[in-house]
Each structure stands twice: as C-alpha cells, then as structure tokens.
Design a protein around this ligand. Structure first.
Ligand code: BES
Ligand code: ZN
Length: 594
C-alpha cells in the first residue's frame, strides 16, 4: 500500500520522494509586500530509485535551485493551474538536500499585509495556509498527507515581533532576526507566521497570549480558562503533545474564528466579547491539537475527520467546564446553522465524505464536516455509550499520532473497535447514510434545552403582542439571544422588530454572534429597508469584520433580493479592500453566483 494518499489538491508525488525536513530563511519586506528567502529541504526517498521531487507553488518566483553544495539542479515549473498553481519538478541527481531560492508574488493568497489603519497601530503580516495556500508563501509538498519538522530564521523590521507555529520568543529582538523550531512533524497547512507589534501575557504554566498592546490585557482576561481547558482536554483524550499552547489575537481582518496553528492558535479579535461568551472557539482550536494536528485528514475530502471530531471534542470540553445545559445551547445552534446551510447545498456536498477534486477546496460546504461530523459522533456515543467511545478516541489519538487518516480507514477502525464489540452493525447506526449519503439521517440525536424552551415561550409572547420591554429575558446568555433572533419568522411585523431594536439595542450590538443573527433577521424580513440605522449597522458590520463565514452569511441574506443584491455589491466595492484574500474571494464567489 502506498504510504501517502493520492491528494487531488497537490502536484507532489510523496510516494517517490517526500520532504523530511524544512529549513526556512525568509526576509519580510513590508514596503514591497514580499517575502524573499530560501527553503532547504531534506528529502526522504520513498521509492529507492526515485530521482525527482515535486513541490507545489502558487505565484512564486523561483530564483535558483541547487544542492547542498550550491551546484545548480535542473528544474521546471509546470503550467499554472487555476486551483493548484504550478508544480516545481526538481531533478535531484541523487542529492538528499535541495535548496530553493524564491520570492513571493503579488498574488500570495496566504499573506495579508496590514497598514497601521487596519490594526490598533502598527504594520502587521499574517499567514493563513489551510487548506492549500502554503504554496503561495513557501514552495512545499502542499498536501496534509506529508508532514515533517521545520525550523526557520525570519528577518523582520526591528521593533516588530515575529511568531510562528513553533517554539516562540516572548520578547522582541534588537535586530529583528528570530529563530524558530518545530521539532514535531507537521503538514504544510500548519506552517504559520505572524509579524506585528506584539506583546505577550502568560495565562498559565504552559499557555499565554500574544496581541497588540491595545488589546493584550483584554485578551488575557477573556482567555483565562485556557489552562483549565487544556486540563479538561487531557483528562478526556490524553496528554497534550505540543509543549506550550499559546494564542495570538489577530487584527479584525483575520478571516476565521480561529486557526489551529500548532503551539500558537490564531484567533479573531471578535472573540474579545468582554464576557468570555465566545471562548468555545478556543476549546475548538485547542481540541485540534489532537484531532487534526496529531491525527490529520489525509486529503481535504476527509476534512470531517479534522473538523467534525474537533467540534465533538470542543463541546466535550465545554461540557466539562461550563456544564451540559450550556453545551446543549451550542449544539442546538450548531444544528440550526447546519440546517440553514443544507438548504443551500448541492446534495453531494452534504455527505461527510466529500468529493472536492477539480474544485477549490474552499468552495466546499462550510458546516457539513463540522456539524454533521460532530452529530455523527454524538450519535455513535448515544448508541455505544460514552465510556466506550472515549476509550477508543483516547487510544486513536495516541496510536495514530503524527499520522494521517482517511475515511475508509477510520470507518474500519470504528467497526472493529467500537461497533462490533458493542454488538452494533452498520445498519443499526445507518453508517452508510451518514458518511456516503445526503443530509442528516433520522437517528441524529436531539439536544433538549430548557434555556431555549424559555426563549421559545418569549418569542411566542412577542409575536402575540407582548411589548419587548415586558419579555422575561433576565440573565439571558448571548446564545439565547441568538436563538430568539433565529426563531422569529421572516414575516414578523416590522413594528415588532422596531420595538426589539429600540428595547435591546441590537443594531449597536458588538457580540458578533448576536449581531449576525440580528442583521440576518432584519434583512430577511426586509425590515432593514425602512430603518436607516439598521442599514448603517449592516454596512458597518461588513466594513468592520473580516470573518469570512459571518460576512458571507450577511451578504447571502442581502443577495436574496434584487434590492439587497445591489446594496451588497455597493458595500463590497468599498469594504473588499480591507478583506483578507480568502474572505474577498469567498464573498465575490457568492455575489457572482447570485
Ligand atoms: N481549521 C479551521 C479553519 C479552516 C478550515 C481554515 C478550513 C481553512 C480551511 C478552524 O479550526 C475552524 O474550524 N475555525 C472555525 C471556528 C470553529 C469554532 C468552528 C471558524 O473559523 O469559524
Ligand atoms: Zn476547526
């Protein structure tokens, strides 16, 4: 059997020669918005007679390719593929080290260069490599099936701090030169770099947070539960294997809620809600330290093995720290979001096992691997019992640590190690329907929530004529407000929505979850068109935030009507300049399809 999976999203041929180690030496040039440097690869011959190593590149300028002694090696760049970029095929001539001198191009999609106006004060650069953007800043075998340790020397303007998904400094260096080591083997999508005016605050004995000075103390307060989360995670599924776990708070244009870069999770500043209500994202990224970073999806078609497992693990951490009632709310909101997405997807994109060949993996479903994947594991848990599933998962993360996993292999393990010992057959759990079928099978678990039942009663009262001020909302969590806004019907009277906004100030709401739910309601009900302050709130939201999924949710609601689509295009025309390339492309794809 081949050691590495065939990955439709990489040119690399690791079954011939695989990269075994990377040393990166790069200079960060903010004025030219360019990285220049040298990548030195140590090669592992997977096939004894193999002589070429194939790397992925995206808009890279390849300046020289040599062996360790500096002798030029024959190499060729393939044609540009609009999804994969260009292959770089190097004749190794038997060498076990190859050295590539390169520079990034103008379309380096992994990089966002920020001006001081886009941060709290200084220039900033960050990378986002997942899923296949690493190749736009490092020539690499850009498939999650190949993993290796790396180290790096990074040269930045003095005064700025550089951090990576590696062992990190906590103090600035005088000369702007930093050295990094990631001794454990990681796939290319987990190689990450950020450069900015960063300060560090410790959170616990092996955790801390980096952020710009203006937000670092707020961040340290918000993320105070990081160490307890690590302890809960370890009790569930075994030791944390990466040494330290730090967080980096990025500027607002960071296109995700979080990104599980090993040893240094990147997070959006929208998590700084001031009430610790959004820290489940930290539990999520921390959980990836097992599901994803230790045991890694073999290809992006198997991403549910990363994300579905991680949502399951995330909500198990939440349950340990915040209790089952709180977690039930998160599970309910997850299911609602999944149902909303399912209504928009082609049927094939609703399977757990995806087929993303010949497509940009970022054009796949957003939530199916996450929420359907987590529901699948909750269903298995319900059938075989928590104890049995937990024992299996702890062993799975240990046994397959630093290896990749595909759907077929995982299902075989599940059958022989979990289902059969419990006397459960495929049909008893509708295994085939879950993994190779559309939508959510009927045996999905439900998550009763008293807190949401209370919200439902207030929603009924509101629609029956109770004034907003007379609703019983004392002590509601943000998740309850989100639920209220989601259950209100599209034909809710505009007078009711006006009363709600006046009473609860939704248009001025800064919690991104509540704000998104409100704007979606105001747009789908067309209330927005009669209320200038709500239209302003929409434009302000789309201008201020960079989280791709949340942007697309609001833009999608706008794009559903001709008037809204015009408004969406108008807002996008000015806001897009501040978006990360990933978010910009995602919104553009959606508006073009509308
Ligand atoms: N690994 C993902 C982000 C990602 C996925 C980037 C696929 C590129 C391609 C990260 O762990 C994630 O899932 N982030 C979520 C937050 C989470 C709590 C659901 C996000 O960004 O919203
Ligand atoms: Zn994730």
């Amino acid at each position: 059997m081949a050691e590495f999976a065939d990955d439709p999203h990489s040119h690399a041929r690791p079954n011939e020669i695989a990269v075994g180690h990377l040393h990166l030496d790069v200079t960060v040039d903010f004025d030219e918005q360019r990285l220049t440097g040298r990548a030195t690869f140590r090669l592992d011959r997977t096939a004894a007679d193999a002589d070429v190593v194939v790397l992925d590149t995206w808009d890279l300028e390849i300046r020289a390719v040599t062996d360790a002694a500096g002798a030029a090696l024959d190499h060729v760049l393939g044609d540009h593929d609009p999804i994969l970029g260009r292959s770089l095929t190097i004749e190794t001539g038997g060498a076990d080290t190859v050295v590539v001198d390169y520079a990034t191009g103008g379309d380096a999609r992994a990089l966002q260069w920020l001006e001081p106006a886009q941060t709290t004060g200084e220039r900033f650069l960050f990378t986002q490599s997942q899923p296949i953007l690493a190749r736009s800043w490092i020539p690499c075998q850009d498939t999650p099936a190949v993993r290796h340790p790396y180290d790096a020397t990074v040269r930045v303007p003095p005064g700025l701090l550089a951090v990576m998904s590696a062992e990190n400094p906590t103090e600035r260096s005088a000369d702007g030169v930093y050295s990094f080591a990631m001794p454990q083997p990681v796939p290319s999508y987990l190689v990450a770099l950020a450069v900015g005016d960063l300060e560090f605050r410790p959170l616990g004995p092996r955790s801390g947070v980096y952020a710009e000075p203006a937000v670092v103390d707020a961040a340290a307060w918000e993320f105070a539960d990081t160490e307890p989360m690590m302890e809960a995670a370890e009790r569930l599924y075994g030791p944390y294997r990466w040494g330290r776990y730090d967080l980096l708070v990025l500027p607002p244009s960071f296109p995700y809620g979080g990104m599980e870069n090993p040893r240094l999770t990147f997070v959006t500043p929208t998590l700084l809600a001031g009430d610790r209500s959004l820290v489940t994202v930290v539990a999520h990224e921390l959980a990836h330290s097992w599901s994803g970073n230790l045991v890694t999806n073999a290809t992006w078609d198997d991403i549910w093995l990363n994300e579905g497992f991680t949502v399951y693990f995330e909500t198990r951490i939440d349950e340990e720290l915040y209790g089952a009632d709180y977690t039930a709310m998160l599970l309910r909101l997850g299911r609602q979001a999944l149902e909303a997405e399912l209504a928009t997807l082609a049927e094939r994109d609703t399977w757990l096992s995806l087929d993303l060949a010949h497509r940009d993996p970022e054009s796949g479903p957003d939530l199916v691997p996450y929420e359907k994947g987590s529901l699948f594991l909750r269903m298995i848990e319900q059938v075989v019992g928590r104890e049995r599933l937990d024992a299996f998962l702890a062993d799975y993360f240990d046994r397959f640590a630093f290896r990749s996993m595909d759907t077929v292999t995982f299902l075989a393990l599940l059958r022989t190690e979990v289902l059969e010992p419990a006397g459960v057959g495929d049909a008893d759990v509708q295994l085939e329907a879950w993994v190779y079928g559309p939508g959510v099978p009927a045996n999905a678990p439900e998550f009763p929530s008293d807190a949401f039942d209370r919200v439902d009663r207030q929603a009924d009262a509101l629609l029956a004529g109770t004034a907003a001020a007379d609703l019983d909302t004392a002590g509601w969590a943000p998740q309850q407000w989100v639920h209220l806004l989601r259950v209100l019907p599209t034909d809710a009277p505009h007078a009711v929505l006006a009363d709600l906004d006046r009473t609860f100030g939704f248009s001025a709401q800064r919690n991104i979850e509540v704000a998104t739910a409100w704007l979606e309601l105001a747009i789908r009900s067309e209330y927005v068109w009669g209320a200038a302050e709500v239209d302003d709130a929409v434009a302000g939201f789309l201008d201020r935030h960079g989280r791709s999924l949340y942007l697309r949710r609001v833009y999608a609601k706008l794009a559903a009507t001709p008037r809204g689509l015009d408004r969406a295009r108008e807002i996008f025309a000015t806001a897009a300049a501040g978006y990360h390339p990933v978010a910009r492309a995602g919104v553009a794809r959606m508006l073009d399809a509308a």
